[in-house]
Write a protein that binds this ligand. Structure first.
Ligand code: UD1
Ligand code: CA
Length: 457
């Protein structure tokens, strides 16, 4: 059977008090709407249409990588109206459409699969997800007759009896496409909020004698984020889920409450994560890695047995058994080899560092290609910027760069070379050479007493 999904993401999000459209606020490092899209994909729903309105262009931009289509709801006249705006997407299709909210990122792919499966096997015209909650204030109530779902009544339209119902509508549904399209035409906005409610479709279908099913799920999965407080709640739940998954896969997380791992991060077994690490984006961490406290790692590849401490690594790759930090800053497009060492207060930018090369302290390397088995003395600076343009420095294998060296780019240092401490290198250094580029030391005997400087002490 053909399956597709609509994601409602056009609403204002007034209560979140933000210039950013609500569905673009992030939980676990990823926009809420993208969580919902990715969950759909995990549940094998390929054809996805997102209904956009407020901040439409930005929502499009942030979801661009996900290969989905869009419908525009220019004016936000309610959830039923939003679905109506997707008529062009639904028209002529036969099968099932799932309807999801872009502000409810905690729904699990297993639940989505179950919703579609039970909808199809039950031959339902509509199937909705519900949850029993102690305080259903604000939610639509599920009105039943015995086991039968009769309709949904929004909180603001409830009578006294209906207000007592504690089964809430999660606003996540499956519909038979043709049945949905027919009932959308019958929606009215004759209610307390003057909106076209999608929830009214349930009552309409029931009155037509069609079959409506309901599945009760854990409240946690249904949480919709309307405010910053709920955003933090969603973040906490998602973070726990992610950490649990990694621990079950064989990763040691010493304090899960202070470990922040993005939804798309992959981590190999026997990796140990100390508190205060933030691992974001499409980061892949190998096996047996030790992340000592307080690093931020973004969109990076960390190979097996690496050790990292109190450092920032962005869009880069770290080779096997290399150590990084404390206090290293590895900026985008850097590739560090195996068994290398990037020590304290070292900044690497858009550079390659070969295997076994040691850059132990207080050094800046930018726009450089560095070979294998090199040793950088303390305080080396690659002078890659002349005030106007950036230039490249190339350093071969087995080079020894003395302390406090400036390498003024563009410059080439060949294999098997030495540079004397304190040198400012502006010319290429050929294989086998020692380069010394500093003033010769001159000692002037008796200078201090001649100047009578000793008396003053
Ligand atoms: C909705 C349900 C309610 C349910 C609750 C669960 C309706 C009428 N009510 O209420 O029964 O208990 O969710 O969280 O459906 N949106 C649009 N266009 C619009 C209006 C909304 O795209 O014109 C989108 C929003 O961006 C949001 C989603 O639809 O992602 C839900 O809208 P919201 O206003 O938050 O509905 P609730 O009042 O929470
Ligand atoms: Ca909501």
């Amino acid at each position: 059977m053909y399956k597709c999904s609509l994601i409602l993401a056009a609403g204002q999000g007034k209560r979140i008090k933000s210039d950013l459209p609500k569905v673009l606020h992030k939980v676990a490092g990823k926009e809420m709407v993208n969580h919902v899209i990715d969950t759909m994909r995990k549940a094998s729903i390929e054809d996805i249409n997102v209904i956009i309105g407020k901040g439409a262009e930005l929502v499009k931009e942030k979801t661009a990588s996900r290969n989905i289509s869009y419908s525009l709801q220019e004016e936000q006249l309610g959830t039923g109206h939003a679905v109506k705006c997707a008529i062009d997407f639904l028209k002529g299709k036969k099968g099932v459409v799932g309807v999801f909210a872009g502000d409810a990122p905690l729904i699990k792919s297993e639940t989505v699969e179950k919703l579609f499966d039970l909808h199809v096997s039950g031959n339902n015209a509509a199937t909705l997800l519900t949850s029993i909650v102690e305080d259903p204030t604000g939610y639509g109530r599920v009105v039943r007759n015995g086991d039968d779902v009769l309709k949904i009544v929004e909180h603001k339209d409830c009578n006294e009896e209906e207000l007592k119902i504690n089964e809430m509508n999660a606003a996540i549904y499956c519909f038979d496409i043709e049945s949905l399209l027919n009932s959308l035409e019958k929606l009215s906005n004759d209610n307390n909020q003057g909106e076209y409610y999608l929830t009214d479709v349930i009552g309409i279908l029931k009155e037509e004698g069609k079959k409506v099913g309901a599945i009760e799920i854990d409240y946690e999965e249904t949480i919709g984020v309307n405010s910053r407080v709920q955003l933090a709640e969603a973040e906490e739940i998602l973070r726990q889920r992610i950490n649990l998954k990694h621990m079950e896969n064989g990763v040691t997380i010493i304090d899960p409450r202070s470990t922040y791992i993005g939804d798309d991060v992959e981590i190999g077994k026997d990796t140990i994560i100390y508190p205060g690490n933030v691992i974001e984006g499409n980061t892949k961490i190998g096996e047996g890695v030790t992340l000592y406290p307080n690093s931020r790692i973004v969109n990076s590849i960390i190979l097996n047995n690496v050790e990292i401490q109190s450092s920032v690594i962005i869009d880069s790759k770290i080779g096997e058994s290399t150590t990084v930090g404390p206090f290293a800053y590895i900026r985008p497009e850097s590739v560090i080899g195996d068994n290398a060492r990037i020590g304290d207060f070292v900044e690497i930018k858009k550079s390659t560092i070969g295997n076994n090369t040691k850059v132990s302290h207080l050094t800046y390397i930018g726009d450089a290609k560095v070979g294998e088995n090199c040793n950088f003395g303390c305080g080396t600076v690659v002078v890659n910027y002349d005030g106007k343009d950036k230039h490249t420095t190339v350093i071969g294998n087995n080079s020894f760069i003395g302390c406090n060296t400036n390498l003024v780019s563009p410059v080439k240092v060949e294999d098997n070379t030495y540079i004397a401490a304190g040198s400012t290198i502006v010319n290429d250094v050929k294989e086998g050479e020692l380069a010394v580029a500093r003033a010769k030391q001159r000692n002037i005997e008796g200078w201090v007493s001649k100047r009578k400087l000793t008396d003053k002490k």
